[in-house]
Design a protein around this ligand. Structure first.
Ligand code: GH3
Ligand code: MG
Ligand code: MG
Ligand code: MG
Length: 320
């Protein structure tokens, strides 16, 4: 089903889709400065979940940021160095870690402490001494909520056919990367890619074959990307877009030619194309070297114009 299909893929920041090892248990990061507490929790939760441990707040932050990320963090409050509140605040500040549910498990009994924990964004606050069945049930419920939230996020940001990010996701990432490029004063490139004579392809081979073809092209494009920050999305119909942060005109044209090469190698038969006997694409390529002097919408428009130019110049080519 569609939901299973989405659930089995994880999206990395760059938009790369990877299948998690299967069957996959949830991973819970337990943070406590006292090993004896960790031991106790291992007995309560170890059968049902994969557990990882951190004995300091600093270590917890590091582990929460690293791949694969934990599905939930169960954390003590009183620790030397960074305390649990501080760790939680840091996690919520960071885009990469803000969606990991945090549950406090603490001997702090004060109402104001509990309020503080919840206000910092923790999903739950459990007091010690704890009851094993209650903590098991609470953790299970929070993991279920997290799963549903991830599922919804995938459904709203991934294209259902090709399983790569959709236009909506591109719009978000584009704004983010634009802001970053402005701050870091680095160049930003875009490739606008359109399949040549795709209407003919559908007419000759059927719509189902057309769908398979779109999936194949998406895979080729995805595997052509060189850096984690490179971002591919399905822009619409048979159009794709690639966002290349910190990439010069040279790098961007190089990638465009690699894509044309890869499709030539793949050689998807297309007998009703005026260009070749295999499926080709036309590409518009733009680079903005000084973001402060560029306009976000205009850059996209420019890429679209260059794509049109590539079509006009005979297709299966790149215009910059
Ligand atoms: P050009 O070389 O000028 O780009 O010609 P084209 O035929 O590729 O362009 P046109 O815009 O005329 O047709 C695009 C076609 O893409 C028509 C549409 O049916 C097809 N298409 C768009 N989305 C999908 C899809 O999800 N699946 C399939 N099978 N076809 C699609
Ligand atoms: Mg402690
Ligand atoms: Mg088109
Ligand atoms: Mg087309």
């Amino acid at each position: 089903s569609l939901t299973d299909h989405v659930r089995l893929t994880h999206e990395k920041p760059g938009g790369v889709l990877i299948a998690p090892p299967f069957p996959s248990k949830n991973t819970i990061l337990i943070v406590d400065d006292e090993p004896v507490n960790i031991k106790a929790l291992e007995i309560v939760l170890g059968d049902e979940h994969d557990l990882t441990y951190a004995t300091t707040g600093e270590m917890a932050l590091e582990m929460a940021r690293a791949e694969p990320q934990p599905d939930l963090i169960l954390m003590d409050i009183v620790m030397p160095g960074l305390d649990g509140f501080e760790v939680c605040a840091e996690l919520k500040k960071d885009e990469k870690t803000r969606n990991i549910p945090v549950v406090f498990l603490t001997a702090k009994w004060e109402t104001c402490e509990e309020a503080k924990g919840l206000e910092l964004g923790a999903v739950d606050y459990i007091r010690k001494p704890f009851s094993p069945p209650i903590i098991r049930a609470r953790i299970r419920n929070h993991l279920e909520l997290k799963r549903n939230r991830d599922l919804l996020e995938n459904l709203s940001t991934l294209d259902g056919l090709t399983n790569i990010p959709n236009r909506r996701r591109f719009d978000e990432i584009y704004v983010n990367e634009w802001t970053r490029a402005l701050r870091t004063k680095s160049p930003l490139s875009l490739l606008f890619i359109d399949i040549d004579h795709f209407k003919n392809y559908n007419d000759l081979y059927g719509h189902m074959a057309g769908d398979d073809c779109l999936k194949a092209v998406a895979r080729v494009l995805q595997s052509s990307l060189g850096r984690p920050a490179d971002f591919l999305a399905r822009f619409g119909g048979e159009e794709f877009i690639i966002l290349l942060p910190d990439t010069s005109e040279k790098g961007c044209l190089h990638l465009a030619e690699n894509i044309r090469d890869a499709l030539k190698k793949l050689h998807l038969e297309h007998q009703d194309s005026s260009v070749a006997d295999y499926l080709t694409v036309s590409i518009g390529a733009v680079t903005c070297n000084d973001i402060a002097q560029c306009d976000r919408a205009l850059l996209l428009e420019q890429a679209d114009k260059l794509l049109y130019q590539a079509k006009h110049d005979g297709r299966n080519c790149v215009r910059a």
